[in-house]
Design a binder for this molecule. Structure first.
Ligand SMILES: [Zn+2]
Length: 461
């Protein structure tokens, strides 16, 4: 490899310049649009409005319905076209009472929140001996007899990461732990919250019971409470816990996606889809997850709209029911999967600064990908993968082969507040949010006006 590199470097500069295609020119208009976004707080205003006038927006509830009405009024007010709601039905689970306490050897209360789709204890609670595991793999390897009839506790070693990848690795305690515990005959399961903060806030989140598995009560302890339980367990005496978790399944209810457009000049050029999700968990006000995402993408689309009619239609989607199982993304795929999407992108990782631009597009689109990367560079954003990009709600569409862009945000502090009562407006840093909007503005402006086919997506390069 070193020899080859030396040979390439040894070529005269002129020869190298003749073989590489010249980079596409970066329109100064795009640079001005991008830089103007750095002085604008529309995204913050949308986030402030949604989190103040609606607050929590649990999927399928009346609060989420009010949020859809709010979104339609806001998007129409901003001048978007074809603003409408597309409804769908989904099963709804709602939180009840939630308490946990150590009964013996050291009686005391712990802070707990039920995980999505948790089963319920009897109204008076459930008392059992705690059996603890350092991670979900240890639980899986344990003989059933060790677990049967007990309250399982599962810990993990999640630490903050810039790219948020630790959530995928350690989130198994929440995603798979409850089904494994139930299969082994456990009475209930409590996990160390899938989070990275040391506030006394539990992190909720969805988990789905594996096929045929009986739902059992499933909750998350805050990190300080999980530490406390581990210290008590280390004393070596049997630990008895009492749990009261009384969530309910209330049957099928209505949710929906809110859709708005900036009509393009050429209907055949394909749609540039951007968005985030409108629903939130019920504990906070869903500021970072994901009022910020719908606000950032909407503010950017609005800025591009103001600069003149784009070549392609820009479609902004505020997806419903993401948190509880991607129902909005799947409904969108069912209704719109056959339409031509030029490229899709989603913002659902808070509002901290974007640091990397990933893409999944055709080989022929690479000069345009490079052009976007150059437009993003002054914002401190580097070019990342050209073979991997996705998002949660757009995941099903992306997986079907639609070209996808991703503006990766700094996730170092995201899992401090994710899915907790602490997901509130004050966690949004307006300056970092402006940088997000500037990045999305540049990306959308180029993608919506480039006369290039972003698909078909090339095989991994
Ligand atoms: Zn989210």
């Amino acid at each position: 490899m070193k020899m080859l590199l030396f040979a390439v470097l040894a070529l005269p500069c002129l020869a190298a310049a003749q073989t590489a295609p010249p980079p596409l020119p970066l329109d100064p208009k795009i640079e001005r649009l991008r830089d103007a976004a750095l002085k604008d707080d529309l995204a913050y205003d949308i986030t402030e409005g949604l989190t103040t006038e609606i607050g929590q927006r649990l999927a399928g509830t009346e609060a989420e319905a009010r949020a859809r009405t709010w979104a339609v009024a806001r998007l129409k007010g901003l001048g978007f076209s074809n603003v409408h709601i597309e409804t769908f039905d989904m099963p709804v689970w709602v939180r009840g009472e939630e308490r946990a306490e150590i009964v013996a050897p050291f009686p005391q209360k712990l802070v707990i929140a039920a995980l999505g789709n948790s089963g319920a204890t009897p109204a008076a609670g459930l008392t059992g001996e705690v059996v603890a595991f350092d991670n979900v793999a240890d639980l899986e390897a344990a003989p059933d007899a060790r677990v049967r009839g007990k309250i399982v506790f599962v810990s993990h070693g999640m630490k903050p990461t810039q790219d948020g990848s630790s959530y995928g690795v350690f989130g198994a305690a929440r995603r798979q732990g409850p089904s494994i515990a139930s299969t082994k005959g456990a009475a209930a399961i409590v996990i160390r919250s899938i989070g990275t903060d040391y506030h006394r806030n539990p992190h909720t989140g969805v988990q789905a019971w594996a096929e045929g598995v009986r739902p059992i009560p499933a909750g998350a302890l805050s990190l300080p409470d999980a530490d406390q339980l581990q210290r008590i367990l280390k004393r070596g005496r049997p630990v008895t816990m009492r749990l009261v978790l009384t969530p309910r399944n209330i049957g099928k209810r209505q949710s929906g996606n809110v859709i708005a457009e900036v009509p393009g000049r050429d209907r055949n050029a394909g749609i540039v889809l951007v968005g985030g999700h409108l629903d939130s968990w019920d504990l906070g006000t869903g500021a970072i997850d994901d009022a910020a995402g719908v606000a950032i993408t909407t503010a950017a689309a609005k800025r591009v709209m103001q600069s003149g009619r784009p070549l392609r239609t820009i479609r902004v989607v505020w997806f419903g029911a993401e948190e509880v199982g991607l129902f909005g993304g799947l409904d969108y795929l069912a209704k719109h999967g056959a339409e031509k999407h030029a490229v899709i992108a989603e913002s659902d990782f808070g509002a901290d600064r974007v640091w990397k631009f990933d893409s999944k597009a055709s080989a022929g689109a690479q000069p345009t990908v490079d052009l976007i990367a150059r437009a993003l560079a002054p914002l401190g954003i580097g070019k990342g993968s050209t073979s991997e990009a996705s998002g949660s709600d757009i995941g099903p569409l992306s997986a079907s082969g639609v070209p996808t862009f991703a503006l990766r945000q700094d996730g170092t502090r995201y899992f401090d507040v994710h899915h907790t009562p602490d997901d509130t407006l004050d966690k949004i840093d307006p300056e970092q949010m402006r940088q997000n909007v500037a990045a999305w503005t540049a990306m959308i402006a180029i993608a919506a006006n480039a006369r290039v086919q972003f698909g078909p997506v090339a095989a991994a390069r």
